[in-house]
Design a protein around this ligand. Sequence first.
Ligand code: HEM
Length: 127
Amino acid sequence: AGCTMRQPSQPLYADLGGQPGIAAVVENLMYRIADDAHIVGFFANTNIDHFVASLEQQLCDISDGPCQYQGPPMDRAHQHMGLDDSHFNRLVEHLDAAMIDENIPLQTRNRLYARLAPLHADIMRLQ
Ligand code: HEM
């Protein structure tokens, strides 16, 4: 009886599969970025191990996991790269495909996007 909408049963971090789930998504994402000529150039001089660790930490933090993001604020982390919405949208498409690959359901993916959306303005602020 009552509303049949599925409600989140546990914290977002747990629905993402915790640390192993987030690590699998980020690894999958990195292969997609490496294969995408529209955005891979931005990472030409990036220390990928550092980037992966920092992104995992941020996703853990933002999903209420047991982590505190220690990296630079999003505006400074992306300043003067020349990013526009086409780059942002591409990254989100790859993240979505990576999460689908890792069997993360739509409702959980949408919960994460609701928390990432506010970062868009920060990332674009110093372009
Ligand atoms: C929701 C969107 C995004 C999130 C959550 C995000 C998150 C992050 C994080 C956590 C870092 C690491 C900061 C550090 O510890 O130094 C980072 C750096 C970086 N991001 Fe993003 N980012 C996003 C969008 C983008 C987009 C659209 C691009 C380009 C297509 C991009 C390219 C980069 C690059 C190249 C670096 C590394 C900079 C360096 O080499 O130090 N990011 N991002």
